[in-house]
Design a protein around this ligand. Structure first.
Ligand SMILES: NC(=O)c1ccc[n+]([C@@H]2O[C@H](COP(=O)([O-])OP(=O)(O)OC[C@H]3O[C@@H](n4cnc5c(N)ncnc54)[C@H](OP(=O)(O)O)[C@@H]3O)[C@@H](O)[C@H]2O)c1
Length: 355
């Protein structure tokens, strides 16, 4: 049976997700809620909704709605979860889980006490490229992990709530760079130390940073290296990742449809299904976790782990030194210890054919 899911907040990203549901669409009955009833109805009409609400509270109280997807600014994430939990609705929460560790812990506790499913909508966990890399690393294809390197650059000034650190919890790093942090944690494991620096600020109108460069000490002697910037004066957004082991390297764009595998003797390409930003698999996983009453792959704890890394980077910048991190209670295991289910439509690939 389809899961009745209400989008709460009809803003820019809600529209993109509604368009990118792909094969998850058939597993969902959609509703839309906005503070503006006209906008909610427009979304419902545009994306095949079964209904719409002119207030978030009305949506949360409606018995037709089983689960709520919060696509709202970061300062509203905790109160959204409180409202959903009060009404016993399952929760898909946009990243970052919250602005602070205290908020995130309260948010996780609230969902747990209400016995509802909480998943963080970290779509990078569900891109075919990152999932394939994790699988290939786990199979030992590139040997022992040495370096997880991501470069992501664009040019976009933060506006509205995003330009205000009090509302967003930081600058562009907690908002967008958290995806890259998640990829590093997901592929390489939870870091024990982070050293970060912010490049010269370009956009003066935002109170938070517009870029972040960091190194992260990962389990087993591997290193994470991130160069993230939303203020690089270029015409085209670019993102590239290189995951290097002792025997080879994996090269990919997170939203791409291929992973290149390179060793000193061979270079091959693994073709993958269209990414659609990881949204279809993410939504299928949420629906399945609710139906099966199990912890989703991207749990509240995983969202908290990413936030802890982001906040450690902020602390490192502020104090001008490396920051040590405590392993969280249930951290993201490095590749090989935590098996991901590949996307339904993805073809199984025999890595032995690559070397
Ligand atoms: N996973 C990703 O790649 C990705 C990408 C972009 C954004 N996001 C996340 O999605 C969430 C929303 O981002 P967005 O880009 O969609 O933001 P947005 O365009 O500003 O939309 C946010 C929506 O939240 C609602 N809202 C409620 N109170 C608000 C307030 N005080 N100020 C502004 N909006 C308020 C509004 O919906 P109504 O007017 O309909 O009530 C608004 O349209 C954030 O958590 C963000 O980090 C994720």
């Amino acid at each position: 049976m389809a899961l009745s899911l209400c989008f709460v907040g009809c803003g820019g990203y809600a529209a993109r997700v509604a368009q990118d549901l792909g094969d998850a669409r058939q597993e969902l009955t959609l509703y839309f809620a906005s503070r503006d009833a006209k906008k909610a109805k427009e979304f419902s009409d545009a994306y095949g909704g079964a209904g719409w609400f002119g207030s978030y509270e009305e949506a949360a109280a409606d018995p037709r709605v089983e689960a709520i997807y919060f696509v709202t600014p970061h300062h509203l994430h905790l109160e959204g979860v409180q409202m959903a939990a009060k009404n016993r609705k399952h929760i898909l929460m946009e990243k970052p889980i919250a602005r602070t560790v205290a908020e995130a812990e309260q948010l996780i506790r609230t969902a747990k006490d209400a016995e509802v499913t909480l998943m963080i909508a970290e779509n990078y966990r569900f891109t075919p490229t990152i999932a394939k890399c994790k699988e290939l690393i786990g199979q030992g294809l590139i040997g022992d992990l040495r370096l997880v390197q991501i470069q992501r650059e664009g040019y976009s000034e933060a506006k509205s709530w995003r330009a205000d650190t009090a509302l967003s919890g930081g600058g562009r790093f907690i908002d967008a760079g958290i995806h890259d942090m998640d990829a590093i944690v997901n592929l390489g494991g939870f870091p024990s130390r982070i050293y970060a620096a912010t490049p010269r600020q370009v956009f003066p109108g935002q109170t938070g940073e517009d870029g972040m460069v960091l190194t992260a000490h990962l389990p087993g002697g591997a290193v994470g290296l991130l160069q993230f910037s939303w203020a690089t004066p270029i015409t085209e957004y670019r993102e590239q990742a290189w995951v290097t082991g002792t025997k080879g390297q994996l090269i990919f764009k997170p939203f791409g449809t291929e992973v290149v595998v390179e060793t000193p003797v061979v270079r091959r390409t693994v073709q993958l299904p269209e990414a659609k930003m990881g949204v279809p698999w993410m939504m299928r996983e949420f629906a399945a976790a609710v139906r099966e009453g199990r912890e989703p792959l991207m749990s509240g704890q995983e969202g908290l782990n990413d936030l802890v890394c982001v906040l450690a980077a902020y602390q490192s910048v502020k104090e001008g030194r490396a920051v040590e991190l405590q392993p969280p209670a249930a951290s993201a295991a490095p590749a090989g210890r935590h098996r991901l289910t590949p996307p339904k439509s993805g073809k199984r690939h025999d890595p032995r054919s690559l070397i």
